[in-house]
Design a protein around this ligand. Structure first.
Ligand SMILES: [Zn+2]
Length: 305
């Protein structure tokens, strides 16, 4: 039997279902979406956040946008188990819940330092070190009652800032333990200092674009052969010039996934403006990238066994 192209296309789209949300995210290696939305509170999604699970422990958190505080608790993750937190950049939808999540850790058994890795500053933007100072500095910080996060005092665990030069166009290993490595490279996100992420663990490679535009060959090189590419799908193809300076277009996402040879693609950072144009975006992406594509949802779990 010969299938008509239209039917083939609809069968293909039928595979684009949201990955099922689950509280726990088991497996030797898994990535859980804590927030699949963007900066607008109109889509029933938390803002950006991703949790790496290794052998049943949540070991790395990438981005802590609004709502991630709640999703972190729902996921069953424990702040004691985190090796580090990475903030790809300091837009609110990637960073605003950080102080609340850290404060929650005060009530845990954690005593060891928790590194906070983030970009350097630029005109109009603090670096990650100034960001933490702005939150917790003893005299001037807005949450000065939590100043112990800067020096480990007052019964709080220390949160040392690890500032990565956002102008870097060669990837570096920013953080590593015996079974986990975080590689970062500077990416273009308008005038905002921003980092693209690759996590390597248990022989798996997980790429998280963060917010970036289409103009980042160093990022594509860094994530070559990724087992999973989580791409921010914030805008439709016909978005305006300013939005395209900030974000990957559907064409850009497909190009990145294809160039990097990513084994699967998860679209996240979904917003009303990208969701209403989803059918069109799907066609554009399916034309250029032949691997499996899924839509993220809050608490969705992608196992990479
Ligand atoms: Zn952003």
């Amino acid at each position: 039997m010969k299938l008509r192209p239209a039917l083939l296309l609809s069968l293909l789209f039928a595979l684009w279902v949201p990955i099922k949300a689950s509280a726990r995210c088991p497996g030797p290696v898994a990535l859980q979406v804590l927030g699949s939305g963007g900066p607008i509170a109109d889509d029933d999604r938390a803002s950006s956040g991703y949790l790496l699970w290794l052998n049943g422990e949540a070991r790395l958190l990438v981005d802590v946008g609004g709502g991630v505080f709640l999703r972190f608790g729902q996921s069953g993750a424990r702040i004691e188990d985190l090796d580090a937190i990475v903030l790809t950049h300091l837009h609110t939808d990637h960073s605003a819940d950080l102080p609340a999540l850290l404060k929650s850790g005060y009530f845990s058994n954690r005593t060891r330092p928790l590194p906070i890795i983030g970009p350097s500053g630029a005109e109009g933007w603090p670096g990650i070190e100034d960001y933490l100072e702005g939150l917790f500095a003893p005299r001037r910080g807005v949450y000065r009652y939590l100043a112990g996060f800067l020096d480990g005092g007052d019964g709080l665990f220390e949160t040392p800032a690890m500032e990565i030069d956002a102008k870097l166009r060669e990837p570096i290993t920013a953080f590593g333990t015996k079974d986990l490595r975080v590689r970062l490279v500077g990416v273009e996100h308008g005038s905002v200092p921003a980092l693209g992420v690759l996590i390597e663990a248990e022989g798996r490679r997980i790429a998280i674009t963060g917010d970036q535009n289409d103009d980042n060959p160093a990022y594509a090189r860094m994530i070559e052969g990724a087992d999973l590419l989580v791409a921010d799908h914030a805008i439709p193809q016909d978005a305006g010039r300013v939005a395209k300076r900030l974000h990957l277009t559907p064409q850009g996402i497909a190009g990145l996934a294809g160039e990097a040879g990513a084994k699967q693609l998860l679209l996240s950072h979904l917003m009303h403006r990208s969701l209403v144009a989803l059918d069109e975006s799907r066609k554009i992406i399916a034309d250029a990238y032949k691997g499996p594509v899924s839509l993220a949802d809050d608490l969705a779990c992608v196992r990479l066994d």
